[in-house]
Design a protein around this ligand. Sequence first.
Ligand SMILES: Nc1ncnc2c1ncn2[C@@H]1O[C@H](COP(=O)(O)OP(=O)(O)OP(=O)(O)O)[C@@H](O)[C@H]1O
Ligand SMILES: [Mg+2]
Length: 273
Amino acid sequence: MKTIAVINQKGGVGKTTTAVNFGAALARMGRRVLLLDMDPQANLSLHLDLRPELEAKNMTNLLVDGAALGELVRPTGTERLWAVPADTSLNGVEQVLANRIGRETILREALEPLIAARSYDFVVIDCPPALGVLSANALVAAQEVIIPVQPEYFALQGMAKLMEVIELVRRRLNPVLRVARILPCIVDQRTRLTAEVLAEIRGHFGPLVAQSMIRANVKLAEAPSFGHTIFQHAPESNGAQDYLAFAAEYLGVDAAMPQTPAQAGAEEHAAEA
Ligand SMILES: Nc1ncnc2c1ncn2[C@@H]1O[C@H](COP(=O)(O)OP(=O)(O)OP(=O)(O)O)[C@@H](O)[C@H]1O
Ligand SMILES: [Mg+2]
């Protein structure tokens, strides 16, 4: 089981859209995927039509009350895709945990039984646009980080700070943590600025930057209002193609080759062997 934090403290760069649709793309490629909503805005939960206010339990119960993660998992409208929702009560967690020893390791410990049970192939965590205790829990629980960036004027602002925090977590709490990909999102290819900023990002971060990118696509912006992933909402759209291509790049497989769960499983075991 691999845990991936989708993080950038800059707001509105495509974190939630990426967590949902990258996760859904992995599920379409035969992987069992658990999405975790770590954002008090609960956009991921709403995106998947989980209506957190109606859920008896959510991420707050896990972080504050020590509820077992397995009991919080909900099915989504997509096969092999599950989620743990959040609601606005997550806003209070920072303060409640302020004086609690070990507050950064709660999520990592909560994931342990799932790792032992091999319940999922991937856990994908949607982080809030802040570097507080919620993001810290995600970074401590994860082996990998995906950083969505939007190639516009202030794209690189805050990136040094983010890299510093990742490095600090790696040194002190989670030695295996690494940046898997920096993913350009909401890319408007019509402007020269986009090309310039993309070149700057690639110049700065080199091979960490994904080969694929997520183009600006209105279908991706519409899908949440239907409570759907891009594959439910508009499977032929650029948005669907881009997230499938990115998932294929991430897995190191050919996006054009649809995979069965059996094949995916065989590959997973081959990788473990
Ligand atoms: N590729 C895209 N094309 C068009 N619109 C997009 C795309 N990706 C995301 N959006 C839209 O842009 C807005 C911000 O995206 P999203 O919510 O994924 O960002 P975020 O980083 O999670 O934001 P926050 O920091 O508030 O959590 C949303 O309205 C979303 O629907
Ligand atoms: Mg978000």
